[in-house]
Design a protein around this ligand. Structure first.
Ligand SMILES: [Zn+2]
Length: 206
């Protein structure tokens, strides 16, 4: 059952629905139409359109594109002056009608923790330290913790969110997991990645 707002939008005929419509087909459409205008002489300068896959997983596209961009720059003696990224915009609150243009960028740190506990047999639980307990404790401290948000020019970063958490056991057994990993998305505005002061706490109780 569709939420009321979605149904109203769908029935209005003013909205396009479909997989990837917002991210990233709409952006590509805008870029192609800008390129068309530039080709027809409505822009004084050079425009380079680059489209890359895999944005939300391992960024293979952008990582591969960087050397190509450098090569094009040298080959054609270009000076890159601006980069327009036509990612979608987001509501600040439900029903927000404003259309935003984002400037600048945001820093991202993928904070990873490897926890090493002590293995034990399930029948002797107090003889070991379960690595899943350790990653759970880190998760409890970090997930959605607004103390780690950063504010700059009226913008607030989203709080840390866990992106992956698992023990490293390869198969089921009655031995407790003694290694586990957890990864957190931490966004920054002014804070340097070199000094992630927020993440200094001990996770090792051995
Ligand atoms: Zn996107």
């Amino acid at each position: 059952m569709l939420p009321e707002r979605v149904r109203t939008d769908a029935e209005s005929g003013d909205w396009l629905f479909g997989r990837g419509t917002m991210d990233m087909k709409a952006g590509l459409t805008v870029q192609l139409s800008m390129l068309e205008r530039a080709m027809n002489g409505h822009f004084d300068g050079n425009v380079l359109l680059i489209t890359v896959p895999d944005e939300e997983v391992n960024s293979r596209g952008m990582i591969e594109a960087v050397p190509a961009l450098k090569e094009i720059k040298h080959k054609y003696h270009l000076t890159y002056t601006a980069c327009l990224n036509s990612e979608p915009i987001f509501e600040k609150f439900p029903g927000d009608q404003r259309q935003y243009v984002y400037t600048g960028s945001i820093g991202k740190v993928l904070a990873g923790f490897f926890c090493k506990g002590i293995e034990t047999h399930v029948g002797e639980p107090f003889s070991g330290l379960n690595a899943n307990l350790m990653v759970s404790e880190i998760n409890r401290l970090l997930e959605l913790n607004v103390n780690y948000c950063e504010m700059a020019d009226g913008e607030v970063t989203p709080p840390p969110v866990n992106l992956m958490q698992k023990d490293l056991k390869e198969a089921y057994s009655v031995q407790t997991p003694h290694t586990a990993v957890t990864l957190f998305n931490v966004l920054t505005m002014q804070r340097s990645a070199r000094k992630p002061a927020i993440l200094f706490f001990s996770c090792c109780h051995i």
